[in-house]
Ligand binder design. Structure first.
Ligand code: GLV
Length: 308
């Protein structure tokens, strides 16, 4: 029995070390050539954007787990065999990083720290009114959104969530197109933390943006494919929305000739809002492996129908 790690273009040495400290389970770097018996031993593959057809190398594979919160690469494109259990990483480090990233933006923009820096350079003592109000609307009500929402609420923000499908367990969320329009029209900060699926691709488009407050700040930390970029630029240029932060783009990396780079009201960070920490992830991966061994599947399974 073994775990294989497969993350092309991303170093996995720290994760391999951390997993080896944690567990007696053999851990294999599947980007290196493996023997037939090593490949036959693999039961769990931990992957990040793996090549199509990778699963064929592991005849006894039972489960595939994303090395991140997003798992769209497991459910989109060529389908993985239906008997494979799919899962994603739900890890305390991921949600803390995300909450810190989001709060750092909300607090510094609301506190107008950039403008105070400019005023300081002019030796000017001038208190400014906050430009952004207190209402934060999350698109998505998954683990990351809910945790970040709780941290915002603890600082006194009013927090609301929108999810595509109604969920009786989430009384704090609205749903459906009408619910989305209401949330967009009421939010001072709109935080997009939706998974990328066939139903959410291009969700942030001209029609939706037309409901936003002209002063609203939109932060996309979900996936780049959630946004229609020409609609977004038009909405900014026409004053339908105040400013935008993008941590994710489509494609990534964002090409140097993209007009997004130079837009005055747009800020870009290179997909760093919440990066998997190998040491923290190793604990979660081992827990998942043990759960698999006892026949209980993965701890955070991905539903092939909904895509998350
Ligand atoms: C990062 O984008 C992740 O999915 O964890």
């Amino acid at each position: 029995m073994a775990i294989a790690i497969l993350m092309p273009g991303r170093s996995c040495s720290e994760l391999l070390d951390a997993l080896r400290v944690h567990s007696a389970v053999p851990v294999l770097d599947a980007s290196q050539p493996l023997t037939e018996s090593e490949r036959a031993a693999v039961r769990l593959a931990v992957v990040w954007y793996p090549p199509t057809g990778f699963e064929a190398d592991f005849p006894n594979l039972q489960a595939v787990m994303s090395y991140g919160a997003g798992a769209e690469f497991l459910t989109q494109g060529q389908p993985l065999p239906s008997d494979l259990i799919l899962g994603r990483l739900v890890d305390p480090h991921l949600r803390q990083q995300m909450a810190r990233y989001l709060l750092s933006i909300v607090l510094s923009e609301q506190g107008r720290l950039t403008q105070y820096r400019q005023l300081q350079s002019q030796s000017t003592w001038q208190p400014l009114e906050p430009l952004i109000g207190q209402q934060i609307g999350f698109l998505g009500r998954g683990v990351l959104a809910h945790y970040a929402g709780e941290q915002c609420a603890a600082l006194g923000y009013s927090v609301a969530y929108w999810q595509r499908q109604a969920n009786p367990d989430h009384s704090d969320s609205c749903d459906g197109e009408k619910g989305l329009q209401t949330l967009l029209s009421q939010s001072d900060v709109i935080i997009c933390l939706l998974p990328l699926t066939d139903s959410t691709r291009g969700l942030i488009n001209a029609a939706r943006l037309s409901h936003c407050k002209s002063t609203a700040m939109l932060i996309n930390v979900g996936r780049g494919g959630l946004v229609n970029y020409s609609d977004l630029i038009r909405a900014l240029d026409q004053g339908q929305i105040g400013q935008v932060w993008l941590d994710v783009t489509d494609p990534e990396p964002l090409p140097s000739d993209s007009p997004l780079w130079q837009h005055e009201q747009l800020r870009i960070t290179p997909h760093i809002a919440s990066k998997t920490d190998p040491v923290s992830a190793a604990t979660t991966i081992v827990e998942n492996y043990r759960s698999l061994q006892t026949g209980s599947g993965l701890l955070n399974p991905v539903n092939r129908l909904t895509g998350y």
